[in-house]
Write a protein that binds this ligand. Structure first.
Ligand code: NAI
Length: 271
């Protein structure tokens, strides 16, 4: 399905850790559609070197950056503009991590140092990335900036823990900065609220197995996969969605609008 939807477009893709990563699939499809981009991830996430396979496959260069470091981000944008030979048309923020989730801390017993670290990585980093791009005037007019989120920002999913609050923060940043970008550069900023997806970050959530099966049964179209998400992201980077901005876009097979499904009721019916 290569239609050259992103021909001539240049970007930065954050968050491809391994083949399962949503960002990995988006990078593959962006390449198929003619985009050129720089891949980036936290230096510590590159130890296994898997990102180099993606770089080779997509003809991209890799520039390490911790998304919570302004120095790293400034260096990344400087290198990206030099490698790509100009300003950017798209940015993908596909980053999330909660230390409390990782260490199995309950929501009623959070460690606030870990909470602070988690919101910096998962939410404030999106502001940092956009602020660096803003101050460097790194985006072309009519560009597109996108982050990944989850419905726990709107509804309670107890095991999602403090990531729920991080996602609410992230979505709010998309709206607030989206306004500024729209006025100055006609750049759009959106979040995709994705179905549960079996990735390193996703599988780290307690009870993920039950959770993903439940979502599958609750969604009329079934869960959206990472590949499906990549298709949607391509549409949002393309010129076909130029007036979509400051939106949280549910990409979940209908989960967010379903009260209950017959498949779920059947499980609870008594004889
Ligand atoms: P993943 O584990 O493959 O990707 C998370 C990425 O964040 C990794 O590449 C990791 O290295 C990067 N990261 C962590 N700390 C960083 C830092 N300080 N600087 C730069 N990068 C850093 O998992 P996945 O699922 O592809 O996650 C991507 C996004 O999708 C995240 O925002 C996640 O919350 C979101 N999402 C995931 C869902 C799922 O069920 N997997 C559902 C809805 C949203």
């Amino acid at each position: 399905m290569a239609n050259n939807l992103l021909a001539g477009k240049k970007g930065i893709i954050f968050g491809a850790l391994n083949e399962d990563s949503i960002a990995w699939k988006i990078a593959e499809k962006a390449h198929e559609q003619g985009a050129q981009f720089v891949l980036t991830n936290a230096p510590v996430a590159m130890r296994m070197g898997e990102i180099n396979n993606l770089a080779a496959k997509t003809g991209s260069e890799v520039v390490p950056a911790d998304a919570t470091s302004m120095d790293d981000l400034n260096n990344l944008f400087e290198k990206a503009e030099s490698i790509l030979g100009g300003k950017l048309n798209f940015i993908l923020h596909s980053i999330g991590m909660s230390v409390n989730v990782r260490k199995g801390k309950e929501y009623t017993d959070l460690n606030y140092d870990w909470l602070t670290k988690g919101w910096d990585v998962s939410a404030v980093s999106f502001h940092r990335v956009m602020q660096v791009a803003w101050q460097r005037e790194a985006m072309n007019d009519w560009g597109s900036i996108l982050a990944l989120t989850y419905i726990a920002a709107q509804r309670t999913f107890p095991d999602y823990n403090d990531m729920a609050d991080n996602k609410a923060f992230l979505e709010s940043i998309a709206r607030s900065f989206g306004y500024q970008w729209g006025v100055r550069n006609k750049v759009r900023v959106n979040t995709i609220s994705q179905s549960p997806t079996p990735t390193t970050a996703g599988s780290g959530v307690k009870g993920f197995g039950g959770f993903i099966n439940y979502a599958e049964k609750m969604s009329p179209l079934g869960n959206a996969t990472a590949d499906d998400c990549a298709d949607y992201a391509i549409s949002l980077f393309s010129d076909l969605t130029r007036k979509v901005t400051m939106q949280n876009l549910f990409h979940d097979g209908g989960f967010s609008s379903t009260g209950v499904s017959e498949a779920v009721i059947e499980r609870f019916e008594e004889d």
